[in-house]
Design a binder for this molecule. Structure first.
Ligand code: ME8
Length: 629
């Protein structure tokens, strides 16, 4: 059995957690859960950073002692992690005794290494960063490059760590271990920091009182960043050299956003080199979660209303959206309309309907799960795709490609929907075809079992619901095809992604202006001759792309068999472009061309349109261009 130790940053408690903190923690949770289902021994750390001048100041502002302030703020994190279904093994607090003793041991070892010295220090200091900004990062305005706030001039006597001494060893390590810093953009950034030379760093503050004293000079408090990094070891029991420290150090993955990679990939490894301990295997950084293009910020009040979106769509939809929509490593803008579209298209339509349909057919035609006695067309292809999807998931997660991992699983979900369609399983209930019907339904359920296993790190509650509805007595983590017992009783449970009604959706999207109420229309009758004027035809969607500045519209290229057309459709909130490609739809082919938001549209796609929008399709595919009457 392999071991896997994953950490999030320990977050400052001088403000409540926001969606950025949630994103890092959810991403780490996916890794922890994935390694657990693979059978690895996992330790997952998250927690809070409770020391330093900023926390002290926030406590003063709140009229509390620093400890009382931390005791009040820390539960806002633990409560949120519970709501987000985070499966951490330890919630670290830097005010804990275990951390204090471990940090003192580490600091003593660092001092003994001979790489700590005392010197006067003066320089420009950023309070929100809690760091002296190095000479080469200073601008004429003396503004912090991260917080864009004025820097303070500070003079004090400090202890320093000889970081410069480790420059070449760090370079060597990064070159020999290409995966050490991920993604490559961050690796290149840190390599260029190394190229321009490392300065020794101060590791203590004599002007700060809220923190841990240096064991070799108790008048000085250890700099909060140096102390915080040690938590990754103190949490494991480094102080006593016992379990789980023995089993889990060094960490496999330190997960964070790109703001703090320098501390984790240069300073922390150099400290470990000084005390002769193994380095973490990977320092992994994602991009910023933004709102209207701006970084979320407790201090600047740019926040995402997670509560409303989770209340409206459910936790798993929120987790799914964050993991599916953002390309890991790049910045991503949070948009409730996209969450709504993902909910309808991927979760309710693709997955929810598949489960309902298969369970409905089993319930209607069999007593329990039928045995797969009668192989036929497409079965082998499905089995091979199941195995290939399991393998690809592993590759994607090893590369932190959460979006690609989910897309790969959904390609399989959509393939099973097509399998149902291609085999027209609902027409096979006659005695002579019933064994084949049973086999197709067995295969579909087995595919759903594997899908539930693969989605379980991302959306664990949904995965459990699916397995329960299939009738599995406990969560089954076997990744091989054909393990589903044939005698289970399936239930026809609640829809796993029920429709979100307009009222709820409006609450979740307050930025949208409500549509004016429609007048109640009386419906005029049309003659058959008038109806016949409509030219309805079958077409296939070839490409789909968003239209800039029009959140609800998609530009589609469609194939009518004899010609190709461009059509604009108002379905962007309900379908993502990639789920549309390849779909057969019905198009009003003789509608007058129109220009919608500057884009030409030659025809209209038919869809059921209420709170949700669902494309009209035929029960089975037909040749392109066929008339619909
Ligand atoms: O830096 N998008 O704590 P912190 C994505 N205590 N992630 C974001 C984010 C955003 N807009 N905003 C914050 C500290 N994060 C130190 C860490 S570790 C030894 C000490 C996440 O509360 C992201 O993970 O400022 C980022 O790295 C972290 O919060 C910073 O948290």
């Amino acid at each position: 059995m392999s071991t896997f130790y994953v950490t999030t940053p320990i977050y400052y408690v001088n403000g409540e957690p926001h969606a950025g903190h949630a994103y890092t923690t959810i991403v780490a949770d996916v890794l922890a859960r994935y390694h657990r289902i693979k059978g690895n021994e996992v330790f997952f750390l998250t927690g809070v950073d409770e020391h330093g001048a900023n926390i002290h100041k926030a406590a003063e502002n709140a009229g509390l002692t620093p400890q009382d302030y931390c005791d009040k703020m820390t539960p806002t994190f633990t409560k949120l992690w519970k709501r987000l279904n985070i499966s951490h093994d330890i919630f670290m607090r830097t005010t804990s005794d275990m951390h204090k003793r471990g940090a003192e041991k580490f600091l003593a070892a660092l001092y003994d290494s001979g790489d700590v010295f005392k010197a006067p220090y003066e320089g420009y200091y950023c309070r929100p960063c809690e760091r002296f900004v190095p000479e080469k990062e200073l601008t004429d305005e003396k503004i912090c490059p991260i917080h864009k706030l004025p820097l303070e001039w500070i003079e004090e006597e400090n202890y320093f760590f000889r970081l410069s001494k480790y420059q070449n060893r760090l370079l060597d390590h990064i070159h020999k271990n290409p995966q050490f810093i991920y993604p490559e953009s961050r690796r290149n950034e840190l390599l260029s920091v190394l190229d321009s030379g490392l300065e020794d760093i101060s590791i203590s503050r004599s002007s700060v009182s809220w923190g841990i004293s240096l064991p070799f000079d108790p008048k000085h408090i250890v700099y909060v960043w140096i102390e915080a990094l040690m938590n990754y070891m103190t949490a494991l029991g480094y102080e006593t050299d016992s379990e789980p420290y023995q089993t889990f150090w060094p960490a496999n993955v330190h997960m964070m956003a790109k703001d703090i990679t320098r501390f984790h990939a240069l300073i922390w490894p150099a400290m470990l080199m000084a005390v002769d301990l193994p380095l973490p295997k990977q320092v992994v950084a994602h991009g910023w979660l933004t709102k209207d293009g701006e970084a979320l910020s407790k201090t600047r009040g740019i926040v995402i209303d997670m509560d409303t979106d989770i209340d409206t769509y459910g936790l798993d939809a929120f987790r799914y959206y964050l993991l599916r929509e953002f390309s890991f490593g790049n910045d991503g803008d949070y948009r409730p309309a996209r969450l709504h579209a993902r909910y309808n298209a991927d979760l309710a339509n693709d997955l929810g309907n598949l489960l309902n349909r298969v369970l409905g057919l089993v319930n209607k035609n069999f007593d329990g799960i039928p045995a797969p006695t009668t192989p036929g067309e497409f079965d082998d292809e499905i089995k091979e795709m199941a195995q290939a999807t399991v393998d690809k998931l592993d590759e994607h997660l090893n590369a932190f490609a959460f979006d690609a991992a989910l897309e790969t699983i959904w390609e399989f979900v959509r393939r099973i929907n097509r399998y149902i369609q291609q085999t027209q399983v609902w027409t096979l209930a006659k005695p002579e075809t019933k064994p084949r019907m049973g086999t197709i339904l067995y295969n579909s359920l087995e595919a759903l079992r594997l899908i539930s296993l693969m989605i379980s790190p991302f959306i664990p509650e949904t995965a459990e619901k699916i397995q329960k509805q299939i009738g599995l007595p406990e969560f089954d983590t076997t990744a091989e095809w054909g393990r589903l017992p044939a005698d289970l009783t399936v239930s026809r449970g609640e829809p796993i992604f029920p429709r979100v009604d307009t009222k709820q959706q409006k609450q979740a999207q307050p930025e949208k202006t409500a549509k004016p109420k429609q007048e109640k229309k009386t419906i005029d009758l049309v003659s058959f001759a008038d109806f016949q004027k409509l030219d309805l035809r079958i077409a296939r969607i070839l490409t789909a792309e968003p239209i800039e500045g029009a959140d609800r519209l998609l530009k589609l290229q469609v194939d009518l068999g004899t010609e190709k057309r461009q059509v604009v459709a108002g379905i962007a909130e309900h379908y993502t472009p990639e789920t549309l490609v390849g779909k057969q739809v019905i198009i009003v082919a003789n509608l007058e061309p129109a220009t919608i938001r500057g884009v030409e549209s030659h025809g209209m796609i038919l869809a059921g349109s209420a709170d949700a929008v669902v494309l009209a399709t035929l029960e089975t595919e037909m040749p392109l261009g066929t008339q619909v009457r």
